[in-house]
Design a protein. Sequence first.
Length: 230
Amino acid sequence: MWNFQSRLYAVPLATLSEYVGTRTLEAEDATLGAGAQVVVPDPLWTGESQFSGTGFASLGDGATATFDLGAHPASLLMPVLDLQPGSSAVTTFRSGGTVVGSVPSGDVGEQGASAAFGALLPRTLAGTLPAGDEVVTATTAAEGADSARLDALMVQPLVTRLVLGGDGHGTALLRSAAVSTTWTTVAVPGAGLADVWSYDGLGRLLEHHTSGDAAPRVRVAPGGVTLVRR
C-alpha cells in the first residue's frame, strides 16, 4: 500500500507596489445642472447589459453633468451611454474650455435579436485629456423631449501600470493606449539588475536591455506593453 504524506510549502506572495489604471466615475454622482436628473431604473438590467452604480443621469437639452477627476496623468475619456436609435441628443465633453469629444446618442445600429431597444456602450473620445486637468463637464444638446442617458465616465491613463514586489524581487507591467512612443520611469522592488522587455502592439519584441537603476527609464510603444523584472 502506498503511503502518501502531504506537505505544506511556504509560498511567498507578491504585494501591490503601484497601480495606475482606469477609473470609473458614476454619472449619478456628478454635479448635475438644470435639465439633468438621476434615474434609478428597476431593474438595472437593460436586457443585454446592466447600468453601473445605482442608475444613470438623464441629460436633456442644455443639461450638464460635471465630474471632479482630481489629479491624474494624461488620459483618454470613455463615457458610457445608453444609446437610443433615433435620438437627437449629442453630448459634448469639455475640460478647461477645451472640447475633448462628443457622443451622439442616436449613433447605434438596429436592435437585432437583443432584448434591449438601445445599447449601453463606452465611447472613446477623440481628444486626450492632459495631465492635471481636474474637471470635465458633459453638456447635451437635444431636440424636443430627447435626452442622453449617461451611465458613467471612464478615465484611462495613456500608460497604465501594475507593479508587484515580494521576496526580494519585483515585476512591472506597463501598457500604452497612446498613438506615439512614451518614455517613463518605473520603480521596481528588489535588488540587482532589472531586465526590460519592450513589445509593440502586435507583440513583437522591440528591445531587451538591463538596468541597475532603482527606477529604470523604459520605452512603451504605442499600443504595446513593456515588462520589467528584477
